[in-house]
Write a protein that binds this ligand. Structure first.
Ligand SMILES: *Cc1c(COP(=O)(O)O)cnc(C)c1O
Length: 466
């Protein structure tokens, strides 16, 4: 009992848009509120399982990113990494904050355009872009492209130099550098080490420049051809919870920028990626996690740039003239959303093995089975508030025919009953966007709340029979 209460207290403090009442009040759907909308209302309007999002929680995070960047840099942008959650309502809402969007496929480009993002505020990342994809984006006036292969860079530069007269605007290209640093995170979330498929090694870039410049008859021709390359991009991993490596990352970036200056390029854009992790308890309600993240990068930049006078002349002593952007995904949306699911059955196989079967599954809420991620979960509506003293270490599992189908491998919760309602927190990032129809199940419902009102309900249907 006491542990349960501690968890609840913590939950209350950490997530200002979610209000979980004391256990004794959690019946009849009035013990859990999302931005002042009661659970009963949500259950009336949607079928379980359902994702419920507070749009205000998202706007607040974007605004903290923006305000923090303003403290250090004159020119800055936020490109929300929409692969974390591409619900159209979320995209439209983020667009209204003035932020841009980071895309990784032409599908995301079209969704971003459909949601109303100006092409100039879209940045195309991605390790395997097809030619037809980047051509569509360039013809559509995209503002930024981050390149991950030297042959991709060469193809895009050739295309731009051939077509520049008929294009309304040219994108700014950034080189995605593989800074070769080891970060502590799940192996599937690492992106900046030697064994990673992402980015370009500095040595390869140096060799490429030295060889390719021989193809040009004059230095000026070469400089013109290369002129769209104006930036450097790094993104070393996701769900990063330690920041010791960032100084090494910035060192690599500065080394590369210095080399570019020496070769008469003008790297004025630094895209520092996303990756800020979100802890089990949810994001910091005051946004201190974001403020510290930006402050850290600014401090490291200012310290490490001292070695490079030429860079300091262009960027300013405090790098204030640099165009700095971040591409956060998870840290913007993770804590905005809960995943709500209902208990179907329970089974006690032994004194240690307690199974709770819910109507949500790995294909609705995939992070536990994909990354072994642990999400805090709470019973938010009890059928009967009795026997709460008895708690079990439940394995919460779904209806999918896979042993890997679990939502929690160990949730300490009271004796659960059919139709009890469970919420999983931090369900806003890489959950709904990774959901699928495996086992021919329908996708979860979705509800979006803004300023205390439900503004959109999506009750997904079963997939069409093929
Ligand atoms: C996934 C990704 C991001 C977003 O990462 P988060 O951990 O969600 O902040 C940013 N940039 C690139 C290039 C990415 O691939």
């Amino acid at each position: 009992m006491s542990l349960l209460l501690i968890q609840i207290e913590k939950g209350k403090k950490m997530r200002p848009f979610f209000n979980l009442k004391a256990v004794s009040e959690r019946t009849l759907g009035h013990g859990f509120f999302i931005d002042s909308v009661p659970l009963s209302h949500i259950l009336d309007l949607s079928t379980s399982p359902v994702y419920v999002t507070s749009l205000n929680a998202i706007a607040e995070r974007i605004s903290i990113y923006k305000k923090s960047l303003e403290n250090y840099f004159i020119n800055h942008s936020i490109f929300y990494a929409m692969k974390a959650n591409y619900a159209e309502t979320i995209l439209q809402h983020i667009k209204e904050t003035g932020a841009g969007v980071d895309i990784v496929s032409i599908g995301e480009w079209r969704a971003a355009r459909h949601a109303g993002f100006s092409p100039q505020k879209i940045c195309f990342a991605g390790v395997g872009k097809k030619e037809v994809e980047w051509i569509e984006a360039i013809e559509g006036g995209i503002g930024f492209i981050n390149v991950e292969h030297l042959s991709e860079l060469q193809d895009i530069l050739n295309y731009l130099s051939t077509h520049k007269l008929k294009l309304s605007s040219l994108p700014i290209l950034s080189l995605r550098l593989n800074p070769c640093v080891e970060v502590k995170t799940h192996p599937h979330l690492k992106t900046g080490a030697l064994d990673s498929k992402f980015g370009i090694l500095f040595e390869h870039f140096v060799n490429w420049i030295n060889i390719i410049q021989q193809d040009f008859s004059t230095q000026q021709d070469f400089a013109n051809w290369l002129s769209p390359l104006k930036g450097i991009h790094v993104h070393v991993g996701s769900q990063l919870m330690e920041n010791k490596i960032f100084s090494l990352v910035i060192d690599k970036v500065l080394e590369c920028a210095h080399f570019m200056f020496e070769k008469n390029m003008l790297p004025m854009h630094l895209d520092l990626g996303g990756g800020l992790g979100v802890p089990y308890e949810g994001v910091d309600p005051n946004g201190d996690d974001i403020k510290k993240h930006i402050e850290l990068f600014s401090t490291i930049l200012v310290n490490n740039i001292k070695k490079y006078e030429a860079l300091q002349d262009k960027w300013g002593k405090k790098c204030e003239n640099l165009n700095v952007s971040f591409e956060p995904g998870r840290s913007v949306v993770a804590s905005s959303t809960v995943f709500i699911t209902k208990v179907l059955y329970t089974k006690h196989n032994s004194a240690e093995h307690h199974f709770c079967y819910v109507d949500g599954a790995m294909n609705d809420f995939p992070r536990p089975s994909l990354y072994n991620a642990q999400h805090q979960c709470e019973v938010i509506n009890f059928q009967e508030i009795e026997k709460l003293e008895t708690q079990f270490h439940w394995k919460i599992v779904g209806p999918v025919c896979e042993s890997g189908d679990f939502l929690s491998s160990d949730a300490l919760l009271p004796n659960l009953k059919k139709n009890d309602v469970i919420a999983f927190f931090e369900a806003g990032a890489y959950c709904r966007s990774m959901a699928n129809n495996y086992n021919l199940r329908k996708l979860p419902s979705e509800i979006f709340i803004k300023d205390g009102r439900i503004i959109k309900i999506i009750n997904n249907e079963l997939p069409p029979i093929q």
